[in-house]
Ligand binder design. Sequence first.
Ligand SMILES: [Zn+2]
Length: 454
Amino acid sequence: MNNKSILIKNAEYIITMDRNEKILKGYSILVKGKQIALITKKKVKADEKIDARGKIVIPGFINCHHHLFQVGLRGNPALQNQPIDRWIKIVSNYATVIDEEIVYLSALVNMAELLLYGCTTTTDMHYIFPKGNSFIEATIKAAQDIGIRFHPYRGSMSLSKKDGAEFPDKAVEKPDDIATRTEAVITKYHNPDKFSMLRIGIAPCTIFTSRREDYKNALILAKKYDLLLQTHLGESSFENKYTKNKFGKRPLSFLMDLGWEGKNVSFVHGINMNIREIKELAQTNTHVVHCPISNARKPIGEEGVAPVYSMLTKGVNVAIGVDGSAGNDSSNVLEELRWARTLQGIRKDSTYLKPSPVMAMGTINGARLLGRETEIGSIEEGKAADLAIFDITDTLERVGSIYDPQTMLLACQATRADTVIVNGKKVVEKSQLINLDAKKIICKLNKRLKKLSY
Ligand SMILES: [Zn+2]
């Protein structure tokens, strides 16, 4: 049991992201065990003290979409400027030649980057399983070893060349196998307890890589175990045409007619959403995960910036996702939020975003999407001690931004956090990982990746 107490003392600012979005000046936070025990200006005793003068304390960021296995595809020339179906084909080929060790090391690398820039909870969507569940198990081990709060969605694809799709047959599973293997992961790993560090979700990959049956089976399992659902939606014109031809509907209608809506469902991207659909998402409390950098890497003819400004105005809960390394060559929520803020200015129907809704996308909106609004996503007494501390006195990138701490973090270039605490345990100190020798992992993974051919 971790009963150690840590006092984060005299913080320059605490961005609480509580209901009133209070920003506190000169307060201290007492962490006891897994929880935030006290937020106070009084003197308090603790086993360990962190001097937070000249520092901003925020609730740890929450990353709501990732494909951790894709590290080896960063900057891959074959993936550049490709339409979505061909792009997934290349990623699928890669996914069928890697093994558990590469998945484990890749997950560690992505999680390390997330933690170093202040992210304390991440999801993942692994969707290609050439060998049973071993790849999702490798990501779970990585999360446990590095100390990040983890929500892996057990993904899947079931359509391949034999069904007229572009993806190799060995990259997909049969619907019955998907359901059986998904249930096996749930019963082995899912932990619904308060402050749980590991919860499983379910995620058929896309409408054009999964069958109607997969979406139905996922819904049945999600209801049985009270789990979250996620899928990619509204990403490309290919998806629109495919769904119209095959089902005579728009992608959102197809999924909502199957029962895919509500507080346990999140759709990743939502770029091609019209106003009627945005209203439907808001009315049904269905969440959207915005992945601005990955979206901006679009081929000619596609829309590259999701209508987030409209979604927020209409009351959709929008969270942030870094997306996989094949679509975003980094794994950095703070950088992603900076893009989210800025890119809305490109759309004719919007302007760039104010800092507060952007900070919410990275914190409390993510907690809401994960059904954990009472546990994480804000700094309040009784919530989990998931905290990131950024130095503002010693950071060249933020000099001059003295007006408000949210803008200071989100408008200026992303830098590493000084200290990161997950579930009451320090995992980053002096901007370095505590539980991992990063150099060793980088070396080992690069060696393995250089030998791959696909
Ligand atoms: Zn994705």
